[in-house]
Design a protein. Structure first.
Length: 716
């Protein structure tokens, strides 16, 4: 069956291909006939126009330059493809050259100078000319007798009294071109006679025609680029000379040849084409029959094979699938047992819920940490059932901030601290919880949380904080003594007579005071860094407007007019947020202080403080400046401890300010980022929880702009 079907398909396709070949030959004949007719029509048009110009020039009593230009003007607009120019050529003997020059000068050929060939007595001079498409302009006065082909054509035209065509040669004007740009060309010549029977011979009207340009233009238009062509001309010796060639895409599997007269010459046009590119010459029917027949044959043979062997294969597949199913079931049991063992062995608690808030998993460590074996479904019941509180130990943990609830919203959370205190955990423990959305590979939406007991760690950190406070106090005490003694010594030196020793002592004491102040500032910063991490939060509604105004007042009221920089501070409408007032004030003070400090020498600071609402009931608080900016390499590390982006540029600092800001903001459940300020400088963006609408102030707009009291010279 397979062999029979393929044989029949091949036989049918072969017949269709034979029909396509016949059709291609017919289309090729038609295209060649059109190309031949176009060449004959164009050359005939050129000869007719030339003969018309000759008749016009001979009709008048005399030939002048203006008359020649008027007679040849239509040729310039006739789109004569390949034509170089038209000229009036006159014969002259050697003795007549001077007289011809004088006569034609009188007729308007100004500047004409004839150049007869040495050793000849008969000359052919173009005395008037009009360029058409010539690349190289004609040289008036050049002797056409230098060209055998041109001389023969002119002689034949005078002999017969009809237009004549020369053999192919390189025009005299083109011989100045590089060899790569020279073309074989023709001269069309029509004799000019005075009016009346037996009128005197006045010369010839001569037209130059470049073969390659003519063939490319005519054949390109006639064949639309589908035919390649070669133009051959038979010279006076009977030889066929290849004048020009026109190329086309594709292989050359079809060839035609047509010979036709042009004037007194015979030209031959040879055309070639790719049958696959000729419109209407080829069809996809043979290929379609081959592909479709082969496909149908193979499909039918395959169906017969399937029917013959289907039962055995089905039984084999069933046995294979059963074995694979048993193997997959065993592997699934092993994986489930391994997962159960891992979950039971983990010291950290793991909890998994579905999209409805129902618990799918709580490992033993989670039940031990939560102090209860019973789970309750629904986030609105978790706080009461498990006894979940904020780190202050008294405020119930908000449902929307729970890591599992945030995981259901597609958010990730790390290090969320909460206190668990219930009947099973009456003393209460502090947990750190990480939440994530459940991976899509689980086949359902949900969330997973991992929590660990950090009670002992926080107790240890608190002890360290207390220790740091004691150490800081003990360190600041001797600094205070050093400072007091230095100030006392400075006061005493003020009464001493001026001298070099007094000046040196005064300078040394000032350096000691400066070092003591820097040491005290570093100790205060370290204490603030510890407090930002460990101190309990006192959450309340914090209006940002008055808070920013107070910080700006403290930062600018000490400036003196004319001696200190004059900052320009703009504060937009600021809403209220939820947070610890003292800690948020530290964040605002640090960001505004940096904006006022990190400016170029001699430049007045400019600070813009704005806020906008953001998604998730949050506020986007922005502090932008026009200062020195932060290099791109430092941006990822700018919030790290002790990292300073401009440590070597003379700006004081400890490298802890932005690290403290990040700790405070993250403890409020927010984020702080840094980016370039368009136009120069830096922009810090802080995300904080927005205050509830009813808590922002009895329906008054919490985002109204606030006036900023500042020094007379500060622009707010």
């Amino acid at each position: 069956m397979l062999a029979t079907g393929l044989g029949a398909t091949w036989y049918g396709a072969a017949g269709l291909r034979a029909d396509d070949a016949t059709n291609a030959r017919r289309v090729m004949d038609q295209r060649t006939a059109v190309a031949r007719a176009s060449v004959i029509a164009e050359t005939g048009r050129y000869l007719d126009l030339l003969q018309t110009v000759a008749a016009g020039l001979g009709a008048g009593p005399d030939i002048s330059a203006s008359g020649f230009q008027a007679a040849t003007a239509p040729l310039a607009t006739s789109r004569l493809t390949g034509a170089t120019g038209v000229a009036l050529v006159v014969p002259a003997d050697t003795a007549e050259v001077a007289a011809v020059e004088a006569a034609w000068r009188a007729r308007g050929a100004a500047g004409l100078r004839l150049s007869p060939r040495p050793g000849t007595t008969r000359h052919l001079f173009p005395v008037l000319s009009r360029p058409l498409n010539a690349t190289v302009p004609a040289t008036p006065g050049a002797d056409l007798a230098a060209s055998v082909e041109a001389s023969a054509a002119l002689a034949e035209g005078r002999r017969t009294g009809a237009p004549a065509v020369s053999d192919a040669y390189v025009l005299l004007r083109d011989r100045a071109l590089p060899p790569s740009r020279q073309q074989l060309s023709f001269v069309f010549a029509a004799p000019v006679y005075a009016p009346g029977d037996g009128g005197a011979f006045r010369g010839w009207v001569v037209l130059g025609l470049r073969g390659q340009d003519f063939l490319g233009g005519v054949l390109g238009d006639a064949s639309q680029g589908l035919l390649a062509g070669t133009l051959r001309a038979t010279d006076s010796a009977g030889r066929a000379v290849t004048v020009a060639a026109y190329q086309a895409l594709g292989r050359r599997d079809l060839r035609r040849q047509a010979t036709f007269p042009v004037g007194d010459q015979h030209w031959t046009l040879v055309t070639e084409a790719d049958s696959a590119r000729l419109p209407g010459a080829r069809t996809l029917l043979p290929l379609t029959v081959e592909v479709g027949g082969a496909a149908a044959t193979v499909l039918l043979a395959g169906l017969m094979y399937v029917l013959a062997t289907g039962r055995a294969r089905a039984q084999a597949r069933v046995r294979t699938a059963t074995a694979e199913l048993r193997q997959a079931e065993a592997e699934a049991r092993r994986q489930a047992g391994l997962l159960s063992a891992i979950m039971a062995s983990l010291g950290d608690g793991v909890g998994v819920i579905d999209e409805q808030g129902r618990y799918l998993l709580h490992n033993p460590a989670a039940r031990a940490l939560l102090g209860t074996d019973a789970d309750v479904d629904g986030p609105d019941n978790w706080q009461r059932h498990y006894g979940l509180f904020l780190p202050d130990g008294t405020t119930p943990f908000p449902e929307e901030r729970m890591p599992l609830v945030r995981g259901l919203r597609g958010e990730s959370s790390d290090g969320v601290e909460m206190i668990v205190r219930n009947a099973g955990r009456p003393e209460g423990i502090l947990l750190s919880v990480d939440g994530r959305p459940l991976d899509a590979s689980a086949g359902q939406r949900g969330a997973v949380a991992v929590f660990r007991d950090i009670t002992a760690l926080r107790r240890y950190e608190n002890d360290l904080a207390v220790f740091a406070g004691v150490v800081a106090h003990d360190l600041k005490a001797p600094l205070s003594v050093v400072r007091a003694h230095c100030e006392l010594a400075i006061d005493q030196l003020a009464e001493a007579p001026p001298s070099d020793d007094v000046t040196q002592a005064h300078t040394a004491l000032r350096r000691i005071l400066g070092a003591a102040d820097r040491m005290a500032a570093l100790i205060d910063t370290l204490l603030a860094y510890t407090t930002a991490r460990d101190a309990p939060l006192s959450l309340t509604v914090v209006p940002l407007g008055p808070l920013v105004a107070d910080v700006v007042r403290e930062r600018t009221e000490h400036l003196r007019r004319g001696t200190d920089p004059s900052p320009a501070i703009y504060v937009g409408a600021l809403p209220a947020v939820t947070g610890d007032p003292a800690m948020l004030r530290h964040v605002v003070d640090n960001l505004i202080g940096n904006a006022l400090k990190y400016v170029r020498p001699g430049q007045d600071p400019r600070v813009d403080v704005t806020a906008l609402p953001a998604e998730g009931d949050r506020v986007r608080f922005t502090v932008a400046d026009r200062g020195i900016g932060i290099p791109d390499d430092d941006k990822p590390r700018i919030f790290e401890t002790f990292h300073r982006a401009h440590a070597g540029k003379g700006y004081a600092g400890t490298g802890l300010g932005l690290a403290i800001c990040r700790r405070i903001v993250e403890r409020h459940g927010g984020t702080v980022t840094v980016e370039d300020n368009p136009g120069g400088g830096t922009r810090f963006v802080v995300s904080l929880p927005a205050a509830a609408a009813d808590a922002a102030g009895d329906g008054e707009p919490a985002a109204a702009p606030l006036p900023l009291p500042a020094p007379e010279h500060a622009r707010a």
